[in-house]
Design a protein. Sequence first.
Length: 497
Amino acid sequence: MSAEVLLRDIRVAGAGSELLPTGDPVDLLICGGIIVDIAPSGNLRHGGEVFDGEGCWAIPGLWDHHVHTVQWALAAQREPLGAARSASEAARLMASVSALGDGRRVGSGYRDALWTEPPSRALLDAATGTTPTYLINADVHSVWLNTAALRREGFIGADDDGVLREAPAFEISRRLNAADSNVADGAVQQAGRRAAARGVVGVVDFDMAWNPEAWARRVAGGFSSHRVECAVYPAELERAIAEGLATGSEIDGTNGLVRMGPLKVISDGSLGTRTAACSHPYTDGAEGTGMLNVSADELHALLVRAAGAGLEAAVHAIGDVATTIALDAFTATGIQGTIEHAQLVRYADLVRFARLGVDASVQPQHAMDDRRLVDRLWAAQTSVAYPLASLDAAGAGLRFGSDAPVAPLDPWQAIASAVTRIDADHDTPWRPEERIPIERALRASSHHGTRGSAEIAPGALADIALCAEDPRDADADALRTMEIAATLVGGRFTYGG
């Protein structure tokens, strides 16, 4: 296509300057991937491609700041278990699932914290027999396996209930995700097209793999649906440093689509697995207050090493104890980056995000999915659960994401949840004091969130989503189902057009 594109007869959501009155139809000229001019409709000369927006509303293209790309892409090939109301029901569902080409049965999305009957290896064995069977928790911090699967993976005898948690669970997920590259890359291609259809122009990829190589291969194979910032985990940190991969550096052979992201450290567990490190005990009878996956000293050493190499940090911290320790590590090392999830935050820690310049990378849909878990498991906690308005009011930067496949990769779900605190299953807002305005939710869903610089203006990168209606006037249902007319990445149509 031509390097010059004219978007004709569009409106810019949130505009309100003398040069760009709110709601007035305009033409937007793109050249070389940059917005070069905006003027009232019919006043721009052009010599390239023309797209008639028919009054669509332009917003900065949407980013999902937390995605596990391959696991998200492969989810379509796995049995959905979110509707299972008991361990027995989940086991029965898996008994009728066909094995994949590698001989494994795989399901995902169960929430055993809501069950009265705990998972057991004997129960799963009785239903699934000798076919290796794997059930991945919705939060991905635990995996339930039958004896055949435990034996195949070398974990036989490790846990009598057949449930592996935290590091062993991550290892199982890593192995399941290490599909034939042709299969995985094909699934990623399809998933990228689905994301573009929702206005997505970029994701931050937290796959547990050597992502620079994988993304160079995918781009060489034709992937072009969105931009990617790919993370590295501690096991590959020295390799990233040796290859000179600082945060923001372009990955060779990716045509500018892929850049190096942060060092990702999983500092504690999760709410659903009851392993998030909290200051008060869980209230469902589970023992303890969660766990740290890395000690405070280990986290400090990792961040020092990353900072010296020019890498930012993305520290997974769900419980309030883990969040405090993560903020302490950011304070001591001076590294920049994000705390991922921040689902339980002490009141005294809210302002520390802003003071340190550390953004809260959060998943608003999780609050809707987890509201019953919070009421059941965190009833004794005195910190703020799933804060949005509290963090925003304290001056913290917000970045929205999905944690796909934990929640669907659809920024409109995150936006709707943040603005309304309701979802399709509940019409009563949950903790409505934590709602934020639509303008802040849209900004949090743009590149680098509320402290980012994404905008629709001359000189800005032409990463744009065209909406069928003004998101600022949409209710919860309209936000979740927002119709996207077109998506552009660097002035190139990835959807519509």
